[in-house]
Design a protein around this ligand. Structure first.
Ligand SMILES: Cc1cc2nc3c(=O)[nH]c(=O)nc-3n(C[C@H](O)[C@H](O)[C@H](O)COP(=O)(O)OP(=O)(O)OC[C@H]3O[C@@H](n4cnc5c(N)ncnc54)[C@H](O)[C@@H]3O)c2cc1C
Length: 314
């Protein structure tokens, strides 16, 4: 760490206007319930605070990482040497032409409810996916063959260039959306706001769609009490563009009976790795590695992680 804790704490207070928390267990902020302590932790509740915290970290060469709901991340057992910024910047409003603008820390399911109440259809396929709008756009989250990028109209992002930061607007076709991928994964961009283009629909029809989708999800997803981060691996795509279910490949290599320490494969779906109570980050990654090797050996396919591992060194 470049700074003594007291120095950075003071700089932070004068730049952001609020205090940092120190030595915070990251296990509380990941649905895997795994992770050592972050040197610094801050929960930003306005865009001004979020941007000031990022700007200060850039300026002072303090490593930092933005998280949303923590539903797709795996923290390190050694925590994080720097600042973890939890994005709690929430708010949604209706725009004209059936558009909705959401701040990036808004819960995805809050946005779906807002759309339902406002008679705006087209987002129900996302119902039940936990996390924030920021996390969903980052990983182009989706279900039932559709992804959030399909309905995004425009994104407002913070672009980081060393000591400079710029706020820029990007249209959907500039966002590099592909299956579970967006430009936010490639570039040092932080999503601030997103505008989604929807279509008029009755609240009753949207409600039925949401209920149907959630019922469908319950058939394969673990209950909320299970500590996991959703599908661990992406579905590999063949040369002809066809997706192969990672769960199918994993089943063929006997995944469901595998365990490493406190990490196990969920009995109900081979692509969910779970923390059975006392798993370390290493247990999860060792188990994932074993699964990757088995699939590679049997099918010649290299599985790619969908879950984002955040190493202690940033
Ligand atoms: C039970 C369960 C079911 C799930 N089902 C699905 C599913 O059906 N489909 C699906 O796609 N996913 C699914 N997921 C995974 C997860 O819900 C999504 O990936 C979700 O979008 C993560 O959002 P989050 O806010 O929790 O992101 P986090 O986990 O907090 O962060 C994920 C990544 O996004 C980055 N990030 C977060 N906010 C921003 C921002 N504002 N700007 C830039 N980068 C940012 C973080 O740095 C991190 O790299 C599931 C997870 C669970 C636990």
């Amino acid at each position: 760490m470049i700074y003594e804790r007291k120095d950075f704490q003071e700089l932070f207070k004068s730049a952001v206007g609020r205090e940092l928390r120190e030595s915070v267990p990251l296990s509380r902020f990941s649905n895997f319930k795994i992770g050592g302590n972050a040197d610094y932790f801050f929960s930003a509740s306005s865009l001004k605070e979020l941007m000031a915290a990022v700007y200060l970290s850039e300026k002072e060469y303090v490593s930092y990482r933005i998280i949303g709901g923590g539903y797709n991340v795996l923290f390190d057992d050694d925590g994080f040497r720097g600042l973890v910024i939890k994005n709690d910047v929430q708010g949604i409003k209706k725009l004209k032409d059936f558009k909705v603008e959401a701040l990036s820390g808004t819960g995805l399911n809050d946005m779906i409810d807002f759309c339902k109440e406002g008679g705006l259809g087209g987002a129900a396929f996302l119902a039940g996916i936990p996390g924030t709008v920021g996390g969903a756009v980052y990983g182009n989250a989706g279900a039932f063959g559709r992804s959030i990028g399909d309905i995004l109209d425009e994104a407002e992002v913070l672009e980081l260039n060393g000591k400079r930061t710029d706020v820029i607007k990007l249209k959907k076709n500039q966002m590099g959306f592909q299956y579970r991928k967006s430009l936010l994964k490639e570039k040092p961009f932080i999503l601030l706001k997103a505008v989604f283009k929807l279509a008029p629909e009755s609240a009753e029809v949207i409600k039925k769609d949401i209920e149907k989708n959630i019922k469908e999800r319950k058939k394969k997803h673990p209950p909320w009490s299970v500590a996991c981060a959703g599908s661990y691996f992406k579905n590999p795509v063949s040369d002809t563009g066809e997706k192969i279910a990672a769960g199918y490949l994993l089943d063929r290599v006997g995944a469901r009976s595998l365990k490493k320490g406190g990490a196990a494969v969920y009995k109900g779906h081979a692509n969910f790795l779970i923390n059975t109570g006392n798993a370390t980050s290493k247990d999860i990654r060792d188990l994932a590695e074993e699964l990757k090797q088995r699939v590679k050996k049997r099918f010649g396919i290299t599985l790619e992680e969908e879950v984002v591992f955040i190493p202690a060194g940033g």
